[in-house]
Design a protein around this ligand. Sequence first.
Ligand code: SF4
Ligand code: SF4
Ligand code: FES
Length: 235
Amino acid sequence: MAQPEAVIDSAAPEMSTIYIMGKRYEVPKGLTIMRALEYSGYRLVRGAGCRGGFCGACGTVFRTQGDYRLKVGLACQTVVEEGMHLTQIPFYPANKALYNLEELKPNLATLVQLYPELPRCVGCNTCTKACPQGLDVMDYMAKAMRGDIAKVAGISFDCIMCGLCASRCPAEEVQYNVAILARRLYSRYIAPPAGHLAERVREIEGRKYDQELDRMANMSIDELKELYNTRDIES
Ligand code: SF4
Ligand code: SF4
Ligand code: FES
């Protein structure tokens, strides 16, 4: 997902004219929207996180020159275009149910009780087109309407909770919140117990790692860096 950003040629960068919240700016071509915002003097306290397309904090709505359609994307992954109009939507105030997972059942009734708007989906596919992760959002919503918790959990696994799907939905659905509810229900009630996890918990409770943790707690920063850099990495 992460892409290299263009290096600004400080001698004579080629510039693009863009409009941030209606105000005109000149920015070097090839910048992402996030870099263009900062180049223009915006300090991103909200609307920026990982800068690599993983955290979903930088949802942005924009329109390109000569096109009437509104588009959405991640500011850290979308490159500015000449004449682009844009604004950020770092938070989308959509419906968010509160629940205690221990009191829920993994079925359709739970999904509809917590998100009563679920059956209102009209199957327009706008959410899928909006998703910067390339997820088939309409498909997982269709599975949710059938109560197929496992399928929703699987299809939505790479959702980064950016909220862009909800921002475009004509039925006021909150796809990502339905999806995370399904993933929680799946993990709690449907997925087979992870044997290796139970084993590791037993080891920790048996204090197997205490000595090693004590040794690391007394290491210098350089020793810790060396340990980190030479750690075993799963392939
Ligand atoms: S945008 Fe909304 S109404 Fe359209 S398919 Fe997606 S969830 Fe359904
Ligand atoms: S499903 Fe919605 S919230 Fe999740 S990544 Fe796609 S657009 Fe963002
Ligand atoms: S800053 Fe994390 S996805 Fe853009």
